[in-house]
Design a protein around this ligand. Structure first.
Ligand SMILES: [Zn+2]
Length: 169
């Protein structure tokens, strides 16, 4: 039988491991704003991003902001074409997978490619964890993905229009 002491010991070990992780992550600069996206193929310094992007693009892509619902002209974009990252021109979504979600944000039920277009991570900004979506090439924040989308995927990629540019086919 496992003793009470064993459990206390395990809890202690977990806490120590967590503390170590936080410390090591900081040592690697993972929580440092200017270095946080250096694991992506395309990376710029914070100063370079500020120069390259408009203030609205910077707010969403680099600061994980959210545009006001219904403000993007991409909401009503119906032409055939490709939605690319406003930060690095990486292809993200195809018009083929766009649909009207009624949320006021451009929505897709899948990325343009299953792998390598966008990446996801857990976002704990609200009490309920959400799945954050970012450009797989530069790490720029695009929006979130929810599981209340249409078939065939059942997913809703809820994107900030300001984080993308539309290239007509
Ligand atoms: Zn990008």
């Amino acid at each position: 039988m496992l003793s009470r002491r064993y459990f206390i010991g395990m809890a202690g070990a977990t806490l120590a491991a967590t503390a170590l992780f936080v410390k090591e992550s900081n040592a690697l600069g993972l929580f440092d704003k200017k270095d946080k996206n250096s694991k992506f193929p395309f990376s710029l310094s914070d100063a370079e991003w500020k120069k390259k992007l408009t203030p609205e693009e910077y707010y969403v892509l680099r600061d994980h902001g959210t545009e006001r619902a219904g403000t993007s002209k991409l909401n009503t974009e119906k032409r055939n074409g490709t939605y690319v990252c406003a930060g690095c021109d990486h292809p993200l979504y195809s018009s083929e997978h766009k649909y009207e979600s009624g949320t006021g944000w451009p929505s897709f039920y899948q990325p343009i490619k299953a792998e390598g277009a966008v990446g996801t991570s857990k976002d704990y900004k609200l009490i309920i964890p959400r799945t954050e979506v970012h450009c797989a090439n530069c790490g720029g924040h695009l929006g979130h993905v929810f599981d209340d989308g249409p078939q065939p995927t059942g997913l809703r990629y809820c994107m900030n229009g300001v984080a993308m540019d539309f290239i007509p086919a």
